[in-house]
Design a protein around this ligand. Sequence first.
Ligand code: SF4
Length: 451
Amino acid sequence: MHRFALKIYGCQMNVYDGDKIRTALVARGWRESPEDEADLVILNGCSIRDKAEQKVWSDLGRFAVRWKNERKPIVAVTGCVAQSVGRRMAARFPWVRFVSGPRHIGAVPDALEQFFNERDAGRTIGNEETVFFLDDDPRAFLDLPGAPTERVNRWKAFVTIAHGCDNFCSYCIVPYVRGRFVSRPAEDILEEMRTLVADGVLEITLLGQNVNSYGSDFSDGYRFSSLLRDAAASTGVRLLRFVTSHPRDFTPDIVEAMAEHTDILCPSINLPIQSGSDRILKMMNRGYTLEQYRAAVSLIRNHLPGAGLTTDLIVGHPGETDDDFQCSVNALREFRFDLVHSAAYSPREGTSAAAREDQIPREVKMARLNEINRIQSLIAREINESLVGSRFSVLLDDVAPRGEGILQGRTPSDKVVLVEGGEELLGRFVSVEITCGENWCLNGRVLHVEN
Ligand code: SF4
């Protein structure tokens, strides 16, 4: 029996792909183990941000001593980091013997098994060659069938509904490393959701780089709102969330479907604004103006009062002036997001923004980032403090990193709630009264268990 360790870097899509790989290996008789006992370490990584990619590079160096002494572990690099820099990693570290891009996930378990069988038979040790599965065809996709039943979390799961993206925003590497946009068949998604529910999953988050575009490559008119309605009506899932939405494609039918199923479809939407300046939005190739973004926010808030609204915002895109930056500050004040995933622009090789000459100095980007974070902290605290005394139904799904005896869950609007409680409450829906609002979370007390 071979032992493997799996390390995930990056977004929920990497977590989902990691869960699928884990499930497939366990089904083939592999056992998950701590990293220092593993024959195989899989690094499933992200390359969307430079920081995530650097983490994979630095982790790879740590295997040198064990490799020298034991010729272990074999390292497999998978995910979009493999697609973008896997060849370089394999050239630098001899323990990287397996490299697979995200659109070859279906090939990974069998290929790993074959690799280890050959190695056990003594056929490759000594002059081993690295196995490469790179996604040369950006439209091809080799899926890994079956639901991820070996998950990081017992009660929550992710389900990818579409792969890749066709938008080519100026700063983004996704279309290059995750390929072109392709929707999964609805029946596959719904069946996977039913399997997860039968496995005890209570909350599912649907994933896509742009979930609103779901179905745009179908000819039968089936769209994202159709999928939301079918998922709410026919899978038995208790809570359903989704990320990420694109402001340009956010159409009324989506909020209409959400308003029809408020008991299941959580009223929380991540709507990345990226900049408050029309000039920068155009440079970014985002396909909307601030006025159009404003209309999407009105649509959400009119149909779903109390909905949580979060966003992504980049500061320091090449060419961003002080006036452009001020537009982003004004947008934060206008829209009063519950949470902002802010980032200083970092150039990603091969993207159009990386080739521009008007890059912003690092110290300017960091000053702008600090200012955004300062303003948003104040806004988030005001919003969270206004919720003191409110009551929510919350699924307690994990032990909080904050310490023993503290459990965490999320409000329907996607705010993290911390409560005191024993682990017997995990996987239960509880009624919670909010007692304190912090910048990043709410504290509450359990009033009663609901189920
Ligand atoms: S919509 Fe733009 S930012 Fe989002 S994944 Fe596609 S290219 Fe990247």
